[in-house]
Design a binder for this molecule. Structure first.
Ligand code: ADP
Ligand code: MG
Length: 395
């Protein structure tokens, strides 16, 4: 299906362009190409570390990895996004973190694959990605999953999807030092075209939920900011959730109810702040499950209301939004044909998503860009996406 909004803000990329780049980097032809998508979370924000639910889709932006075998027991990684910063590992030596930050992602994946018993084979891998880096669209997970697929294909091995996702997450947590949950890697591995993925972050059970109404399209608007406050804001929110769960006597906030939290507030056991954090998490988990029901009932109007409610809760109760995200959501709300909008990802910057009638997508995109320009004096790149497929061996 063609998209009503052009995605030409971003550089074109395809299997031929990555094959060409592989040839200029390594001086010979690639043997194969793998791909792994980025993601947006439709709803269920800051619920993962509270044992709740998330509902991401894979987006039509991906990391490609072109690879070819080599016979000296070494693996080389290079990326068009990090020119001149290729790295090599010797499969006979222990794999250790390297001075180049980006390469810790694929190197961590190589280490985790070998720990999982995969007999790695020597190969060269070149990555190219049209997932914007550091925008909250999970370029890191798409890089890890693409690296894993390239290494597995070169080794002639396979792993079950859930194990692959877990192993990529461990690579990011331990080797790249980023404390992400399991959502990003799960959706990049398990995404299905036309479907969102309901992920139970406690049991790790997954369900594919249809997200393929031809009348609708999802816009992704990139604020291109990441406010510093976010660095401390995330661990602080996590800490407040854990403290609240301890006060309420539950394993995680997933097991708490709003009335329990209110009683604890009135008894002076929970601070006002802690109560607001609880109200977001408990409400957001309920909204996520309701959003799944709305999708199953083909009720995008209700789904959109839940998106707006999620945004308001993240802004007011969880306090992780920022003026750029609020401005995009407000601009979207003022447009005809918009079902709903919200910030997506951890917050303090990153992207907002807007669910809009396909025939209004172009006009809504233009309106948001214009209002963002007036307010902040710069561009806000917006692309349209449907729910894309998960990682695969392309050729
Ligand atoms: P996000 O995942 O939201 O884009 P992260 O900070 O988690 O942001 O990951 C971004 C980092 O991942 C980049 O700074 C870079 O180190 C690495 N990365 C992601 N994609 C690529 C790529 N195609 N080539 C090289 N490095 C990449
Ligand atoms: Mg990331």
């Amino acid at each position: 299906m063609t998209l009503p909004v052009s995605t030409d803000t971003f550089r074109p990329m395809n299997t031929q362009s990555v094959r060409d780049a592989f040839r200029s980097t390594f001086g010979r032809a690639a043997k194969g190409v793998v791909s792994a998508p980025g993601r947006v979370n439709l709803i269920g924000e800051h619920t993962d570390y509270n044992d709740g639910f998330v509902l991401p889709i894979a987006i039509e932006k991906q990391t490609l990895g072109a690879w070819a075998p080599r016979d000296d027991g070494r693996v080389a990684f290079a990326s068009l996004q990090q020119p001149g910063q290729g790295v090599e590992i010797d499969l006979c030596e222990p794999i250790t973190p390297y001075e180049s930050a980006w390469a810790n992602y694929p190197k961590g994946v190589a280490l985790e694959l070998s720990r999982a018993g995969v007999e790695l084979a020597g190969c060269d891998v070149l990555f190219d990605s049209d997932v914007p880096l550091n925008a909250g669209l999970s370029s890191s997970a798409s890089l890890e999953v693409a690296a894993a697929l390239a290494l597995l294909t070169a080794a002639g091995a396979t792993l079950p999807p859930a194990q692959l996702a877990k192993l990529c997450q461990r690579a990011e947590n331990d080797f790249a030092g980023a404390p992400c949950g399991i959502m990003d890697q799960s959706i990049s591995v398990m995404g299905q075209a036309g479907h969102a993925l309901l992920l139970d972050c406690r049991s790790l059970e997954t369900k594919h939920v249809p997200f393929n109404d031809p009348q609708a399209v999802l816009l992704v608007a990139d604020t291109r900011v990441k406010h510093d406050i976010g660095d401390g804001g995330y661990p602080e929110r996590r800490g407040q959730c854990e403290e609240s769960a301890a006060v309420l006597g539950v394993r995680a906030l997933r097991d708490a109810t709003i009335s329990q939290a209110r009683i604890a507030l009135e008894a002076g056991q929970l601070s006002e702040k802690h109560f607001l954090r609880c109200r977001h998490v408990i409400g957001e988990i309920a909204r996520t499950l309701e959003a799944v029901e709305a999708l199953r009932a083909d009720d995008l109007t209700r789904f959109g209301e839940l998106m707006y409610a999620s945004h308001a809760s993240l802004r007011d109760d969880y306090e992780v939004s920022c003026e750029e995200l609020d401005a995009i959501v407000k601009a979207a709300k003022g447009c005809e044909g918009v079902f709903g909008a919200r910030m997506t990802g951890g917050g303090f910057g990153g992207c907002a998503i807007v669910l809009v009638r396909a025939d209004r997508a172009e006009a809504v995109r233009d309106a948001i860009i214009a209002q963002f320009q007036v307010r902040f004096g710069r561009d806000c790149p917006i692309f349209a996406t449907h729910a894309a497929a998960g990682a695969c061996v392309v050729e």
